[in-house]
Design a protein. Sequence first.
Length: 130
Amino acid sequence: MDSQHLSVHIRRSVDAVYDYASNPANLPEWAAGLSAGIAYEDGQWVSDSPMGRVSVEMAENNPYGILDHWVTTADGDTFYNPVRVIEAEGGSEVVFTLRRQPDMSDDAYEADAIAIVTDLATLKGLLEKR
């Protein structure tokens, strides 16, 4: 399976980035590729996304900057997305590992990469204004 690491440097501490990005309620503010709106229903986070209605499960809060999350579509397909917030000079770096899904076209893979880079840039912009 092909994968690529997409990252952004943010001039904020690891804790500040992690605290904001780990809260699913904040997803609509920065993750347009995943969430146009999100709600906590029946014990899970659900969102209207470009893939339709999805549920989002975030990794347990942790001191390691792990923001992994699982997105499950209405069809029951689950996609695992590894994400890390790591210390970097002058702030932190958010690293998203994009994995090509089976039978995914080159165009779809590139579109996913563009959406993720756009979302990471939005996250950077929001957090650096705080």
